[in-house]
Write a protein that binds this ligand. Structure first.
Ligand SMILES: Nc1ncnc2c1ncn2[C@@H]1O[C@H](COP(=O)(O)OP(=O)(O)OP(=O)(O)O)[C@@H](O)[C@H]1O
Ligand SMILES: [Mg+2]
Length: 243
């Protein structure tokens, strides 16, 4: 086994259960899910609609809480944190990218990128602006700094959202269908940007419905019915859990 597989995983979910209360009783979205992801991995999460992919990502980011089980991310047991600590933890350790970008429409591009730094009190205002401009250069959009998001194309808005996700230099980037609203060429450019980040040591976890894009990640984790049912590496099935 390689060295990276011997190191402690940066993301480790053990027997995670997530129940949603509904009028018809509890709906079990995650059923004792186990998952390990190592630092520097580029992982795609795939599975049918309703299988629990977004719910799984919400466990990793701490946006939502597990009903049972253990969620360890970047050395922290998230289930042990209060809401306030969880929010502070998230701001520094994970960058989140959404399908519909979710930029604040009344803020300029550079203000959007600075927002997580403002929120976490990282650096002084002048430094924040310098750092945000550096991130905009990294996603090839420095000239758009003072425009409003609505003036940008979808692909450009997603690149701003990625710059924003990188604002506090988190080790982990979590993306839920980041290319779901983009044409295939623009989508490929976003994946290339993720590959670049992985090359620089980030861990990227991306939910996608697109098999071709999933194939560009080193590993695809297959989720069905709230459980991990398989891992595909370079297109080959290397592990199937029989249940
Ligand atoms: N807040 C909620 N309350 C009740 N049920 C929910 C809630 N959120 C999700 N679910 C249910 O949990 C299951 C898993 O949902 P989830 O959003 O994680 O699936 P998904 O794999 O991301 O699907 P998609 O590919 O459509 O985005 C679904 O059956 C969904 O209806
Ligand atoms: Mg989803």
């Amino acid at each position: 086994m390689s060295e990276s597989l011997q190191a402690a995983p940066i993301i480790a979910l053990r027997q995670v259960v997530k129940e949603y209360p509904t009028a018809a009783g509890a709906y079990v979205a995650l059923r004792g899910l186990d998952l390990s992801i190592h630092a520097g991995e580029f992982v795609a999460i795939v599975g049918r609609s309703g299988s629990g992919k977004s719910t799984l990502l919400n466990m990793i980011t701490g946006i939502d809480r597990a009903s049972a089980g253990s969620v360890q991310v970047a050395g922290q047991e998230l289930t042990a944190l209060s809401e306030a600590r969880l929010t502070a933890w998230r701001g520094v350790h994970v960058g989140i990218v959404f399908q519909f970008f979710q930029l604040l429409p009344t803020l300029t591009v550079i203000e959007n990128v600075m927002l997580p730094m403002d929120f976490c009190g990282v650096g002084r205002p002048a430094e924040r602006e310098r750092r945000a401009l550096g991130l905009l250069e990294r996603v090839d959009l420095p000239t758009q700094r003072d425009r409003l998001p609505a003036m940008l194309s979808g692909g450009q808005q997603q690149r701003v959202a990625i710059a924003r996700a990188l604002a506090n230099d988190p080790p982990i980037i979590i993306a839920d269908e980041p290319t779901g609203n983009l044409d295939s060429r623009t989508a490929a450019a976003i994946i290339a940007l993720f590959e670049e980040l992985v090359g620089q040591g980030k861990t990227v976890v991306m939910v996608t419905h697109d098999d071709e894009l999933a194939g560009r990640a080193r590993r695809a984790i297959v989720v069905a019915d709230g459980q991990v049912v398989g891992n595909r590496v370079h297109g080959a099935t290397v592990h199937e859990e029989v249940s």
